[in-house]
Design a protein around this ligand. Structure first.
Ligand code: NIG
Ligand code: FE
Length: 403
């Protein structure tokens, strides 16, 4: 039982509950509210009481867009960009995503797992209890499946909820050079088999001049729809391809990046209930200057989420809390919007809106205790980790350094 807690989704600003308590049963929240209001019939059921000692409590954080499974790194490309090469120049010259594909294909399953599990553990130490993990660096049936299996293994071996996303349509691999349509045809076939093996929770694509056209994305989304798989899209990151409107037409869970999103795209997302996932780490690392249209998204009532986009090319960072700070400083989100962006709205971007990202009866008992006095501090501090304790599915999974 404990003090002020932030419950994104509640009506009050921040959804703060003073002297709050959480009743956990079978990994779920059975009751949440001010301690004095706990109904006596529920009080009788308490088998064990834990004092939360004045800590702020939030839902477990959700990183709803990561590319956690890959081999190698791209520090050399970072150096090249510092000498003036652009991200697109490097990609067109065969570097970029394709360089990581080469490194991923030669990595063993064990090496891919070890590196991805270490990355997941770093995120989890900051209060992350749910992670979306995309494939996208295998780009063949075998290697994409290997990466998706690594993601599933993380869910089995670490105390974290994982949602997998098949991102075979991330780039055209060299075997299909100049034949992107044939590659999309192949990827549509792979989806059926991956789904049969239980490897896929959603389907994603990269819609851009250096990746796939809207027409190609549409064919992939039709295959996903035929399999009953939800879709999401890397949309309008480097240019406006009108991908967000296309994705919204397919009822996409989310469109991600969105620096070049236009008004028609905003309207289509609002109508479809598609979440806008903003990725300030990629904006920062690629030294973008054009911000996503936050005011238009807000005005249209599009839910805004935030994620690390962890990947070796455009966002090699592993701090979701830093994304809160960057979203406020770069994109002018309020700290409250930023916290909702990694809780309630991030859950929705993964199709987990009914069970995750909120502290309320019936939700998963995923929550974090923070060594801060007010929730705005979660977006304010950077380069430090105020996470005290993490509980996931009712079980304590992490204790930070004692304060
Ligand atoms: O989300 N935009 C496409 N995909 C990744 C970057 C991939 C890479 O550069 O390796 C992203 O930014
Ligand atoms: Fe991404």
């Amino acid at each position: 039982m404990a003090p002020p807690s932030a419950v994104p989704g509640a009506d009050e600003p921040w959804g703060l509950v003073d002297d709050g308590g959480l009743l956990v049963e079978d990994g779920m929240l059975r009751w949440v509210g001010p301690c004095h209001a706990l109904p006596p019939e529920l009080a009788e059921r308490i088998a064990q009481q834990v004092a939360l000692e004045g800590a702020l409590v939030t839902p477990g954080l959700i990183d709803c867009h990561t590319h956690l499974v890959y081999g190698g790194h791209r520090a050399r490309e970072f150096e090249l960009r510092l000498c003036g090469a652009s991200y697109e120049d490097i990609a067109r010259a065969g570097g970029g995503i394709r360089a990581t594909v080469t490194a991923t294909r030669v990595a063993t399953d064990a090496a891919l797992y070890r590196a991805a599990a270490d990355r997941a553990a770093t995120l989890m130490a900051e209060g992350v209890t749910t992670i979306e993990i995309k494939s996208g660096y295998g780009l063949s049936e075998e290697h994409e499946a290997r990466c998706l299996r690594v993601a599933r293994r993380i869910a089995r071996q670490l105390p974290v909820t994982v949602r997998t996303t098949a991102l075979a349509a991330h780039a055209v691999p060299h075997e299909y050079a100049e034949r992107p349509d044939a590659y999309i045809d192949a990827a549509c076939q792979w989806l059926t088999r991956w789904q049969g093996e239980g490897l896929v929770d959603a389907v994603d694509a990269f819609c851009d001049q250096i990746a796939f056209t809207p027409a190609q994305v549409q064919r992939l989304f039709e295959a996903a729809r035929a399999l009953g798989l939800p879709v999401k899209l890397h949309a309008e990151q480097l240019s406006n391809q009108h991908g967000a409107a296309l994705a919204a037409h397919f009822g996409a869970l989310s469109c991600d990046h969105l620096e070049h999103l236009d008004d028609a795209g905003v309207a289509a997302m609002a109508q479809a209930g598609t979440v806008a996932v903003l990725l300030p780490g990629a904006y920062y690392f690629l030294r973008e200057t054009r911000c996503p249209p936050v005011a238009a998204l807000r005005a249209a009532g599009v839910p805004i989420a935030l994620a690390t986009d962890h990947n070796p090319g455009s966002a090699p960072g592993l701090s979701l809390l830093l994304m809160l700070n960057m979203a406020c400083t770069f994109f002018r989100l309020t700290p409250e919007e930023a916290l909702r962006g990694v809780t309630v709205h991030a859950a929705r971007a993964l199709g987990l809106g009914a069970t995750h990202g909120m502290l309320r009866a019936g939700a998963a008992a995923d929550f974090v205790l923070w060594n801060v006095g007010s929730p705005a501090e979660l977006a304010y501090w950077f380069g430090c980790n105020p996470c005290l304790r993490v509980v996931r599915a009712g079980v304590e999974t992490h204790q930070g350094a004692p304060s």
